[in-house]
Design a protein around this ligand. Structure first.
Ligand code: NA7
Length: 537
């Protein structure tokens, strides 16, 4: 019997394994892929790149580890992130406790022995005291391939950005249709367009993108970011979104238009997400948000030469209330002769035919279709497994068929003792720099398991009342922001039939960290803890 089973060998699972093993626990990680990396193992589409700066999109729990790896550029491309995670796995000798090519089908809590029984894809079973999900918020198991009639008839090749082939896909001279223009569409369209004979971008809803302004790190950049390790780590863990930025604590309404535009222009030229933190109320005050939205809309009008097309690429919702995307030449790509924009809001996709995509008013002949259509995010990766807690309660019944998704702190959920979720629903997760949030959860869970062990505690379970209070709090915070005005995958709106619920805690990474630490220091307030003696009664 193991102390802990962890699912997934991405950022979460790798650190969870290391952290628990360092404390002397027996741990086994099960991973569907043939290597480490999680989402970065599968998402190999052209142009795949992280939107967080490389020296912040990595582990910071060890200064030694941090300094032993050198990032090549400001925003790391997928192959570099994968190399980094392989480097970490080797440095920390993690592979000996990871079983690759192994999918977890389900897990059930056996109340007779107070242990989790975990079912592997090959039909075998492992028993562990703690069951920890490191499945990520977006996963290969929860890709969203829209149910468009006729896909099986298509004679060409089709791909989803989140499960891309390992060998290079050759688009040279081909007619390629890309459906979707979220992060993966916006990253892949400019790169595919350079190679393809012709690219057709099928857009349903425009998305805001701001320039990444990527560059290769100079040796000075590398020396400086490494020197800044301690301050960077501290700032990230105390910040709003897991980034080491110095935030401006002023409302956009406190400056006049000229000054605001100067501030936005400077951020635009700098590149990156920082533009949405140029003032402190951009995501809560509609007037402030409007000023930045207008600034970016004018940029799109300047870049896209065809004024009618430019208007179609401009969103009509509050700036950054769907996930803001960093781009490299996205809007510019629509000036190319080999790129055609297809407005599928005006003329919806009706079917996929043998030859391509048929919309209400046209048929587009294609050799390849790229689904850049996202994921059933947050809950999807968890609910694809059959997880059963006490009294045979399934997580699916609790969350999908029940009234709503509720968790305690995004780490645990009532009815599922000794189960922990790394960056689960209602934690800061995807509204933050993921490695920062992952480190907070892994360190909390590993401290918690040590505490349970030292105190001979057999079971720990979130209290329903505390969980409901946390979920209400998440909802209140959300309702005070402009995110509540825009349906998105953050609230499940992209998946037909998915109950609508905002699945991210927006109270800030620093505040969240303080909260979970306070709960731990108060003897895990909000959880019911039972020793073997309590259980025997
Ligand atoms: P996203 O951001 O969910 O984007 C999916 C895109 O696909 C989006 O533009 C959708 O339009 C579009 N979509 C989805 N279904 C359809 C159909 N049926 N027809 C036309 N268009 C469709 O996924 P990504 O993979 O790009 O990014 C996911 C996350 O990865 C991202 O947030 C980052 O955290 C990294 P819609 O807006 O729904 O109208």
């Amino acid at each position: 019997m193991l102390d802990a089973v962890v699912i997934g060998a991405g950022f979460s699972g790798l650190y969870m394994l290391h952290s628990l093993r360092e404390k002397g626990f027996s741990v086994r990680v099960y991973e569907k892929g043939n290597g480490v990396g999680g989402a970065w193992y599968w998402s190999r589409y052209p142009g795949a790149r992280c939107d967080s700066e490389s020296h912040t999109y990595c582990y910071t729990f060890s200064e030694k580890l941090y300094n032993e790896w050198t990032w090549s550029s400001r925003y790391p491309e997928q192959p570099e992130i994968l190399r980094y995670l392989n480097f970490v796995a080797d440095k920390l000798d993690l592979r000996r406790d990871i079983q690759f090519n192994t999918e977890i089908k389900g897990a059930y809590y056996n109340e007779n022995i107070n242990k989790w029984s975990i079912q592997l894809g090959n039909g075998s079973e492992v028993i562990a005291k703690y069951f920890i999900t490191g499945v990520g918020c977006l996963s290969i198991n929860a890709t969203n391939i829209p149910k468009i009639k006729g896909l099986d008839q298509f004679r060409g090749e089709w791909y989803h950005t989140g499960s891309w082939p390992h060998e290079k896909v050759d688009f040279k001279g081909k007619r390629v249709g890309v459906i979707g223009n979220g992060s993966s569409g916006i990253q892949s369209i400019p790169v595919i367009a350079q190679e393809a004979g012709h690219l057709f971008s099928f857009q349903r809803t425009p998305q805001y993108a701001v320039p990444a302004k990527n560059f290769t790190y100079s040796s000075d950049d590398i020396t400086n970011y490494k020197k800044g390790f301690t301050e960077t780590r501290q700032k990230m863990h105390q910040s709003r979104a897991g980034y080491p930025w110095d935030y401006n604590n002023r409302s956009a309404m406190e400056d006049n238009e000229e000054e605001r535009n100067r501030v936005y222009e400077e951020a635009w030229e700098t590149g990156g997400f920082i533009i949405s933190s140029t003032y402190n109320d951009l995501l809560v005050n509609a007037d402030s948000n409007h000023t930045l939205g207008e600034f970016v809309q004018n940029k799109i009008r300047t870049i896209v030469k065809d004024p009618i097309l430019a208007e179609k690429l401009i969103p009509d919702y509050h700036f950054a209330t769907k996930r803001l995307v960093l781009d490299t030449n996205y809007y510019e790509t629509f000036n190319r002769n080999n790129v055609t924009f297809v407005d599928v809001k005006a003329s919806p996709i009706q079917e996929i035919t043998e030859r391509g995509i048929r919309t209400a008013d046209n048929e587009y002949e294609l050799d390849s279709i790229v689904f850049a259509t996202g994921y059933d995010g947050m809950t999807g990766p968890l609910l694809k497994m059959d997880i059963q807690g006490k009294d045979e309660l399934s997580l699916k019944d609790k969350w999908e068929n029940g009234a709503s998704v509720t968790t305690y702190l995004g780490i645990a959920t009532a009815g599922f003792p000794n189960m922990f979720m790394i960056t689960g629903p209602q934690s800061p997760s995807v509204a933050s720099n993921m490695p920062t949030s992952i480190e907070q959860h892994v360190e909390w869970i590993s401290e918690c398991i040590s505490y349970l062990h030292k105190n001979d505690i057999e079971t720990m379970e979130a209290n329903l009342a505390d969980e409901e209070a946390w979920s209400r709090h998440c909802d209140e915070v959300y309702r005070n922001t402009l995110y509540s005005k825009t349906p998105s995958w953050y609230s499940g709106a992209n998946i037909e039939g998915k109950p609508s619920a905002f699945l991210i805690y927006l109270g800030g990474v620093g505040a969240y960290n303080q909260k979970i630490k306070a709960i731990a220091s108060q003897g895990y307030e909000g959880f019911t803890i039972k020793t073997a003696t309590n259980l025997a009664k």
